[in-house]
Design a protein around this ligand. Structure first.
Ligand SMILES: Cc1cc2nc3c(=O)[nH]c(=O)nc-3n(C[C@H](O)[C@H](O)[C@H](O)COP(=O)(O)OP(=O)(O)OC[C@H]3O[C@@H](n4cnc5c(N)ncnc54)[C@H](O)[C@@H]3O)c2cc1C
Length: 389
């Protein structure tokens, strides 16, 4: 493994760090979020700033208008952007758009790319990804109940989805549906289509995703045959194409937020005194700071290693599962310790740490709960051990 960063990547890291420090952090206080996340107007303002700084959608291919970052490149830039909760919004690298952009790059037809992907890479549009269902697919996606039935040159999609991040205000949706013979297919659909209905916004602990999380209904939505993303029947495979890197990019962005919380707690522990000396000099607090550093470093190593493997052509399903468990749990411990170090202020909006704590919690659940990743890793370990006998 060679973790030497090229001069170009170092330059991009530095430019991203400066952009976040100079342009984005000062906005955090000025532009508070609403109950569900940044408004679309705020998003447009942030995207315009990243565009002017030459940092917009850096993970997209150069052909589509991005900077063509490798997975290791993403690890470096996304952590820097994640230092502010507004950074990933500005750079157009937040979920679910980041993962959808990756998926379209991999499997969409040239015509689909021109219609859906190019304007999204340019920051003009947003998207959502609809898989989870109130009464079907969840941690176990094979329980998918939304159906797609062929009718001449069209498909008719019927079902309900929930937790759909960014649905409100999105321009298009990638919806996963079950075919009559049991396989799954992904479809692209314009969110303004008559068969799509947003039932309601869900009230959640987090408030960092533009458009929040919605319950949506597909009321016999009719889509033409060229709306199939990739090939009919490949939905579950494409879900892995999307999710393996997408869960790793969550790790990258949240690493930035966890580092931010740590910096705030470290600063407080150095300045605040109690019992005759700075808090940081009390062993109980010092050990929490040291444990934070250990967790942050461990998370970064897992991210970089998995990203490096993916850059060598590995699918990285097992490694990204492992990284997701390590990172989501390590980052959670870091932010929880930061709340503790800050005392009463930790549970108030006096510092950004309370919001980071609330925004981060769901990461141990979405893109696969920790238990499901451990369970699927264990299955593979047992299978491999059996095969080696
Ligand atoms: C903030 C947020 C944003 C989301 N965004 C999207 C989105 O944009 N699009 C989308 O399609 N979905 C989205 N989701 C849904 C998310 O992917 C699901 O919540 C997740 O897959 C878990 O499914 P579930 O909620 O149905 O939990 P369930 O399937 O009901 O599982 C509940 C719990 O059971 C346990 N469990 C389940 N299976 C096992 C097992 N095999 N072994 C041990 N324990 C197990 C786990 O602890 C799990 O947390 C989002 C969720 C959240 C919270």
């Amino acid at each position: 493994m060679d973790f030497q960063l090229s001069p170009e990547l170092r330059d991009l890291q530095e430019r991203t760090r400066r952009f976040i420090a100079d342009e984005i952090l000062p906005l955090e206080k000025e532009l508070p979020r609403d109950a569900h996340g940044p408004t679309d107007a705020l998003r447009q303002d942030l995207v315009a700033r990243a565009r002017a700084a030459g940092l917009l959608t850096p993970h997209a291919s150069r052909e589509m208008g991005g900077l063509g970052l490798s997975h290791v490149g993403k690890a470096v830039v996304f952590e820097e952007a994640g230092y502010s909760w507004l950074g990933p919004v500005a750079l157009n690298i937040h979920a679910p758009d980041e993962g959808n952009i990756h998926l379209l790059e991999e499997v969409a037809t040239p015509a689909q790319k021109e219609r859906w992907l190019r304007p999204q890479v340019a920051g003009h549009t947003r998207s959502c990804f609809a898989m989870t269902e109130p009464d079907g697919a969840g941690a176990d996606p094979s329980m998918l109940r939304t159906t797609a039935v062929r009718d001449g040159d069209e498909f008719v999609i019927t079902g309900r989805k929930w937790f759909i991040t960014g649905a409100e205000g999105a321009h298009y949706v990638i919806v996963m549906a079950r075919m009559e013979e049991g396989s799954a297919t992904m479809f692209l659909a314009d969110m303004a289509s008559p068969g799509i209905r947003l039932e309601r916004q869900m009230d959640t602990m987090d408030a960092c995703f533009t458009g929040g999380h919605a319950v949506m209904a597909f009321d016999a939505l009719r889509v033409p045959a060229d709306s199939v993303l990739g090939e009919v029947g490949q939905g579950f495979r494409y879900a892995q194409v999307r999710l393996a890197p997408a869960r790793l990019t969550h790790c990258m962005r949240w690493l930035g937020q966890a580092r931010r919380a740590h910096d705030i707690a470290l600063d407080y522990a150095r300045r605040r005194t109690g019992f005759g000396k700075p808090l940081a000099e009390h062993e109980g607090v010092g050990f929490m700071l040291a444990d934070n550093d250990i967790d942050l470093h461990t998370a970064r190593l897992h991210i970089w290693h998995t990203a490096w493997l993916m850059d060598q052509g590995a699918k990285g399903n097992f490694e990204s599962s492992r990284a997701k468990v390590v990172c989501s749990e390590a980052q959670w411990r870091v932010v929880d310790r930061c709340v503790q170090i800050l005392g009463g202020q930790g549970v108030t909006a006096e510092t950004p740490v309370m919001r980071i704590f609330m925004d981060l919690r769901a990461f141990r659940i979405y893109d696969g709960p920790s238990e499901v990743h451990r369970w699927s890793m264990a299955r593979r370990l047992v299978r491999q051990a059996g095969a080696a006998e």
